[in-house]
Ligand binder design. Structure first.
Ligand code: ARG
Length: 458
C-alpha cells in the first residue's frame, strides 16, 4: 500500500526541494566567468594541459553563447547552474570537461559567483542613486527660494524652501551610496580556491583567479570563505536602509499629491486612474515604492534568519541566500527608477505651498523672536503675545502679516511697524541662514556643493 509511494515520492520531493536552477540560473554569466578564470589558472599551473584548458575554455564560450540565445535550460536533475553548465560542457567537449572541477568545489564556486553578482548589483544601484541625486539637485536648484511649510508632527511649523526639503533627500541618498561603496570594498575578496571547505592540495594560484575576476585578492580563510554571506547581508542592509529613504520620499509625494494639500501634480506616466471614479489620479507608483520597502526589509530579515544558526562551513540552507537578494535587487532598482521619474517630472504647485505656509502661521516663531529681540520681552511672554495674534488672524482667516499695525498693537503696544519685515514667509526663510539652514543662499550653497560632488561642475 505504501510501497509505490515510497519508491517514487521521496525522490520526486528531493529533486524538487534540492533544485536551485529555477533561480540560480541568474548567475550564469558569473558562473562562466569564474570557470574560465579557474581553468586558465589550472592550465597556467600545469594542473591540466594547455590543450585541455583551451578546449574547456572554448566549450564554456559555446555554452555562454547558447544561454545568451536560448536561455538556461531548467532540469531539476541537474540541480543548479553549476551542474547544468558542466553537463552541457561535457556534451560539447567530451570527457575533458570533467577536468574543470579539479581543485574546486561547488561551495567556493557558488560563493564566488554570488559575490560577482552582488558586486554588479551594487554598481547598478550606485548608478541609479546618482541619477536620483541629479534629479533632486536639479529640482532643488530650481526651487531654492520656493516657500513651503516645514512640518513637525505633520503640523505646520516654520516656513522652509522646497529646495531645502529636496536636498534633505539628497543627503540620505549620499549616505546610501557610501554604504554601498563600503559594502563593495568589503566584498571584493575572492573565495575561489577555498574548495569544499579546507582548501586544496593542488598547486593553485589564487591570486591569479582573484585578479582575473576583478577581486583585490583571495580570501584568507577557506572555512569562512565558503560559508560567509556577509557581502549579501551588507548589500541587503544597505538596500533596506535605502528603501526606507525612498519610502519616506514616496510618502511625501503621496501626501503632497492629495487634494487638501495639492502641493504637487504627479507625472501622468507615474500615476493611474480609477476604474470607477473618473476624477481620480492615484499615486500608485509612490505607494508601491512605499510597499516595496516592506518587502526589501523582509528579504533582509529572511537572509539574516537563514544564516543565524549555521555552523561552519557550508550547509544547504545557504542555497536559500539567493532569492531574497534577487528579489530585493529588482524591487530596489524599480523603486529608484520610479522615484527618479517622480522627482524629475512632477510639477510643484509653489503657489499652494506658499499659501499653506502663510495661512498656517508658519512665521509665528518669527514674531515671538522679533518681540524678544526688538522689544526685549522675555520669550515666554512673547510666545503668549504671539498666540493671541495667531488667534486673531485665524478668526479673520488671514495671514499674520495681513493683520494691521493697530490690531497688533491692541494685543501688545510694544509692537511697531518694523515687525512686518519679520512676518513674511520670505523674510522668515531668509533669516534662517545658519550653516545647513533653509535660507535660499544656504540652499544654493549646498546645491553648488552637490553639483561639484556629482561632477556636474568643476
Ligand atoms: N546550489 C548550491 C547553492 O546554491 C551550490 C552549492 C552546493 N554545495 C553542496 N555542498 N551541495 O548553495
Amino acid at each position: 500500500m505504501w510501497g509505490g509511494r515510497f519508491a517514487e515520492g521521496p525522490s520526486a520531493i528531493m529533486r524538487e526541494i534540492n533544485a536551485s536552477i529555477p533561480f540560480d540560473k541568474a548567475l550564469w554569466r558569473q558562473d562562466i566567468a569564474a570557470s574560465k578564470a579557474h581553468v586558465a589558472m589550472l592550465g597556467a599551473q600545469g594542473i591540466v594541459t594547455p590543450a585541455d584548458a583551451a578546449s574547456i575554455a572554448d566549450g564554456l564560450d559555446q555554452v555562454a553563447a547558447e544561454y545568451e540565445k536560448d536561455g538556461v535550460p531548467e532540469d531539476w536533475d541537474l540541480e543548479d547552474i553549476h551542474m547544468t553548465t558542466e553537463s552541457r560542457l561535457a556534451e560539447l567537449v567530451g570527457p575533458v570537461a570533467g577536468r574543470l572541477h579539479t581543485a574546486r568545489s561547488r561551495n567556493d564556486q557558488v560563493a564566488t559567483d554570488f559575490r560577482l553578482w552582488v558586486r554588479e548589483a551594487m554598481e547598478q544601484v550606485d548608478a541609479g542613486l546618482e541619477q536620483l541625486q541629479r534629479a533632486l539637485v536639479a529640482r532643488a536648484d530650481e526651487h531654492a527660494a520656493s516657500i513651503m511649510p516645514g512640518f513637525t508632527h505633520l503640523q505646520i511649523a516654520q516656513p522652509v524652501t522646497l529646495g531645502h526639503h529636496l536636498m534633505a533627500y539628497y543627503e540620505m541618498i549620499r549616505r546610501d551610496r557610501s554604504r554601498f561603496a563600503d559594502a563593495r570594498a568589503r566584498l571584493n575578496e575572492s573565495p575561489l580556491g577555498s574548495a569544499a571547505l579546507a582548501g586544496t592540495g593542488f598547486p593553485i594560484d589564487r591570486d591569479m583567479t582573484a585578479h582575473a575576476l576583478g577581486f583585490d585578492g583571495p580570501t584568507r580563510n577557506s572555512l569562512d570563505a565558503v560559508s560567509d554571506r556577509d557581502f549579501a547581508l551588507d548589500y541587503l542592509m544597505a538596500a533596506a536602509q535605502c528603501s526606507l529613504h525612498l519610502s519616506r520620499l514616496a510618502e511625501e509625494f503621496i501626501i503632497w499629491a492629495s487634494q487638501p494639500f495639492g502641493f504637487v501634480r504627479l507625472p501622468d506616466a507615474l500615476s493611474t486612474g480609477s476604474s470607477i471614479m473618473p476624477q481620480k489620479k492615484n499615486p500608485d507608483a509612490a505607494e508601491l515604492v512605499r510597499g516595496h520597502a516592506g518587502r526589501i526589509i523582509g528579504c533582509t530579515t529572511a537572509l539574516m534568519v537563514t544564516m543565524k544558526g549555521l555552523p561552519l562551513a557550508y550547509s544547504k540552507d545557504m542555497q536559500d541566500d539567493k532569492p531574497p537578494v534577487f528579489e530585493a535587487a529588482s524591487l530596489l532598482a524599480l523603486s529608484i527608477a520610479a522615484m527618479t521619474g517622480m522627482v524629475a517630472d512632477s510639477s510643484f504647485r509653489t503657489d499652494r505651498m506658499r499659501q499653506a505656509a502663510e495661512l498656517g502661521y508658519a512665521t509665528a516663531t518669527d514674531l515671538a523672536d522679533w518681540l524678544v529681540r526688538e522689544a526685549d520681552i522675555p520669550f515666554r511672554e512673547a510666545h503668549h503675545i504671539t498666540g493671541a495674534a495667531v488667534k486673531l488672524a485665524e478668526s479673520k482667516g488671514v495671514a499674520l502679516d495681513a493683520l494691521s499695525l493697530e490690531e497688533l498693537q491692541a494685543i501688545d503696544p510694544r509692537v511697531d511697524e518694523r515687525v512686518f519685515a519679520a512676518l513674511s514667509v520670505d523674510a522668515s526663510v531668509a533669516s534662517r541662514s545658519s550653516y545647513g539652514g533653509t535660507a535660499p543662499e544656504r540652499v544654493r550653497e549646498q546645491v553648488a556643493h552637490a553639483r561639484r560632488m556629482l561632477g556636474i561642475d568643476e
